[in-house]
Ligand binder design. Structure first.
Ligand SMILES: Nc1nc2c(c(=O)[nH]1)N[C@H]1C(S)=C(S)[C@@H](COP(=O)(O)O)O[C@H]1N2
Ligand SMILES: [Mo]
Length: 374
């Protein structure tokens, strides 16, 4: 026996089946699309959620999205520029940011475009280290007039903006914003490490925003500037590319509401099924805005909803791992589905309940999975 278990795992490499207990086997999903293609070096990288076997996604498997490519930002020359309606404009090097009080936050998030089509692989959960946005803003002193904070990414591209009969073409930049109040009340951090390692280029090195409880688009990578202004920001990635159009019953009739993509809408996903002896274990995760959960339930075929158990490792803004022990599974194909509910009573919707949504982002419907029991 020359190889230790850890050595063996390392030798098997990236796509090894996650650690299984003695006698435990994976029950395959039969609904994985043939073109499902996780990993890779491109700007869009899917995570294979069947690999989840702990709270945090390994750095080299973390999903990613980049609209304008992945810029190399020179960490030595780097300065974060803080400007606008503030008392003390400032430029900070990475060392100066690292010397500020640091916090760690477990953050689970998905791209708002995540769906069944990508087997929900535009999602991951990381343990990020950084310094609090609210404390930096407190230090620079936001003026009373300052209502909106803009976050600038270093990545640039060209964008055409329609204005009435005119098309305006701009050298554009990845920019997002939130209100000063959201920035001051929330738990956002300026992050420089993921799972204890400095961010790499793909992950937004040397500094990125992490807004726990929000969709991935809020987490501006390669962040080079913060700017405080009075007016709301309605730029491309804020008010146009990342918005949702949905019909809502308001004051008795259907009104079309168009909103920006901000806080995660509660969603649960079954990611793996295993068998040990006569018992099957159904595992999955919940993505949500950080409001405590009331329940996670699993249903087999047309049976009743049954309570799943939450993993004690979960934290406020991590994704929430859950498991459900499925007894008496019969041979053949079965449908499994989960749903999560928070303490405000907000429950994961069904596909039918999303029918008035006109656009594809924020698709948080229950996600039935098919498995083959032998
Ligand atoms: N600067 C910059 N930040 C960005 C993006 C981008 O294109 N440029 N993409 C956003 C989107 S749409 C998502 S879903 C997340 C993905 O974060 P990740 O790559 O760390 O998983 O990054 C966000 N931050
Ligand atoms: Mo995204």
């Amino acid at each position: 026996m020359g190889l230790t278990a850890a050595g063996l795992l390392a030798a098997v490499g990236k796509w090894a089946v996650p650690a299984l207990a003695q006698g435990e086997t994976v029950v395959p999903f039969t609904d994985i699309p043939p073109n499902f293609n996780p990993g890779g070096e491109g700007p869009v990288r899917l995570y294979d959620i069947r690999n989840i076997d702990g709270l945090y996604t390994p750095n080299n498997e973390f999903f990613s999205i980049a609209h304008y490519g992945m810029p190399e930002v020179d960490a030595n020359a780097y300065r974060l520029r803080v400007t606008g309606l503030i008392d003390r404009p400032i430029e900070l090097s990475i060392d100066q940011i690292r010397s500020r009080p640091s916090v760690q936050v477990g953050a689970g998030y998905e791209c708002s475009g995540n769906s069944a089509r990508s087997v929900q692989g535009l999602s991951s959960c990381g343990n990020f280290t950084g310094t609090r946005l609210a404390s930096l803003l407190a230090d620079v002193g936001v003026e009373d007039r300052g209502r909106e904070v803009l976050f600038f990414g270093a990545d640039q591209g060209e964008e055409t903006t329609a204005f009435r009969q005119q098309d305006v073409t701009l050298d554009s930049q990845f920019i997002r914003s939130m209100s000063v109040q959201e920035a001051m009340d929330g738990d956002a951090i300026l992050a420089y490490e993921l799972n204890g390692q400095p961010l790499n280029t793909r992950q937004g090195a040397p500094l990125r925003l992490i807004v726990p409880g929000w969709y991935g688009v809020a987490n501006v990578k390669w962040m080079t500037g913060l700017h405080v202004q009075q007016d709301r920001f309605v730029g491309h990635f804020q008010a146009r590319w990342y918005r949702t159009v949905r019909g809502e019953e308001i004051a008795g009739d259907m009104k079309y509401n168009e909103t920006e993509v901000t806080r995660l809408r509660i969603k649960s996903i079954i990611s793996r099924v295993t068998r040990q002896g006569g018992t099957h274990r159904v595992m999955g995760f919940v993505l949500h805005d950080g409001t405590p959960l009331r329940s996670v339930e699993v249903r087999v075929d047309d049976g009743p909803w049954q309570s799943a158990t939450l993993d004690p490792a979960n934290t406020q803004y991590s994704w929430k791992l859950f498991s459900y022990d499925w007894n008496g599974a019969t041979p053949g194909e079965h449908t499994l589905v989960s749903r999560a509910t928070d303490i405000n009573g907000t429950t994961q919707v069904t596909e039918e309940e999303l029918a008035t949504k006109q656009t594809f982002l924020e698709h948080n419907a229950q996600f039935p999975r098919r498995v083959m029991v032998s």
